[in-house]
Each structure stands twice: as structure tokens, then as C-alpha cells.
Design a protein around this ligand. Structure first.
Ligand code: ITT
Length: 192
């Protein structure tokens, strides 16, 4: 059994990862290793933030570990909100974050955007990155009640429903996070 710490306390993310990597890997959350720290996340890129979180964890808790960072990039807004996705409006209130995004985009016909996830895995002194992204378009208004975050605004390319109108299974079949996690799981199964 190989034990890895995942830099999250989000039970939903843990479940998703544990299901994909299988039971040869025991994935612990931050709470399970006694980490209550506010782990620094001060990078300008998803890669930098994921790497910063995994480095912090390995340095302080001496476990092999991985960390992720995700967000939405809207082309017409210079790839905002990007690493500021969770706090775009200055708070974690997603209603406010979505309102601000719609206001900044206005009637701009260029609605192209993507969700991205980057995972940094540290095993011993080596670091590996896994990435997933999904291209799509930002709507002019919210549609759907499922998912979380910016899902009511995001329609993946080739689909007519927003992420918030899809079932969890439909979203997980194509999502940025699922693609990155599949890369991580594939790597772990081949090398460990
Ligand atoms: P932790 O860092 O505590 O795990 P978080 O909310 O910061 O949680 P992420 O780094 O994965 O989670 O994502 C940052 C923000 O990007 C998130 O708060 C959402 O606003 C947005 N986001 C990420 N993935 C999303 C998805 O699948 N659907 C909608 N919005 C998403």
C-alpha cells in the first residue's frame, strides 16, 4: 500500500481521486495528517500554486504528496479570473464572482473560455505535473443548478448544456479535473 497526502480537505475531491487511483493507493487528506495550516498559495499560475502547496506539505509533513489548483480562463478578459477564480470579487461568494464576470464581459461576442486544473505530485525529490483542460463558452446568463463555482456560465464545446445542467457523471466524463486526475492515476499505476 502506497500512502500519499492530497492537499485538500474537500471530501468530494478526495472521493473522486481515490475512486480513480484504486485501493493500492491510500490517499490522506490534510486533516488526516493533522495539517490545519493555511498553506500559502501566492503564485501567478496554476502550476506555481500547485507546486507551492505540494512543496509546503512535503517539507512540513514528510509524506509524498500531491496538490491541485484550478480555475477559469476567459480569453476576452486576458485569461481572468485564472488563479483568482475562487475570490474574483474579493470574496468567496460565487454569486458575486459570477456577477462580476458577466459585468466585465458585457455584450462582448467573444465568449471563449476554458477550465484548467494542474496537479503537482512529489515523490521523494522528484516532481511531476499533470494537467487537464476543457474548452467552452461563457453564457450571457446563468443556466442550471448542479455543480459548483462558475458551472452555470460554462458550456463545454460540442455540448448544448452548461456544466450546471449536466449530471455529475456527465461533467466528470469531460471535466478538466477528471482529465488531470486520470493522468495522475495512470502515472501512479504504471510506476508504483
Ligand atoms: P481548495 O483549494 O480548497 O481545494 P478551491 O475552491 O480553491 O478549493 P480549486 O482550486 O479547484 O478549488 O478551484 C478554484 C476556483 O475555480 C473554485 O473556487 C471555482 O470558483 C473555480 N472552479 C474550479 N473548478 C471548477 C469547476 O469544475 N466548475 C466550476 N468552477 C470551478
Amino acid at each position: 500500500m502506497i500512502t500519499l497526502v492530497f492537499a485538500t480537505n474537500n471530501a468530494h475531491k478526495l472521493e473522486e481521486v481515490q475512486a480513480v487511483v484504486g485501493d493500492r493507493f491510500h490517499i490522506l487528506t490534510l486533516a488526516e495528517v493533522g495539517c490545519n495550516d493555511d498553506i500559502p498559495e501566492t503564485g501567478n499560475t496554476f502550476e506555481a500554486n500547485a507546486a507551492q502547496k505540494s512543496a509546503y506539505l512535503q517539507a512540513h509533513y514528510e509524506y509524498d504528496c500531491f496538490a491541485d489548483d484550478s480555475g477559469l480562463e476567459v480569453d476576452a478578459l486576458g485569461k481572468e479570473p485564472g488563479v483568482f477564480s475562487a475570490r474574483y470579487s474579493g470574496s468567496r461568494d460565487m454569486e458575486k464572482n459570477i456577477d462580476l464576470l458577466l459585468q466585465r464581459l458585457g455584450e462582448n461576442p467573444d465568449r471563449h473560455a476554458r477550465f484548467r486544473t494542474v496537479i503537482s505530485l512529489r515523490i521523494g525529490d522528484r516532481e511531476y505535473f499533470f494537467e487537464g483542460s476543457v474548452e467552452g463558452d461563457i453564457g450571457f446568463e446563468r443556466r442550471g443548478t448542479g455543480g459548483f463555482g462558475y458551472d452555470p456560465l460554462f458550456t463545454p464545446r460540442g455540448f448544448s448544456k452548461t456544466f450546471a445542467e449536466m449530471t455529475a457523471a456527465e461533467k466528470n466524463a469531460i471535466s478538466h479535473r477528471a482529465i488531470a486526475v486520470a493522468g495522475l492515476a495512470d502515472f501512479l499505476q504504471r510506476h508504483y
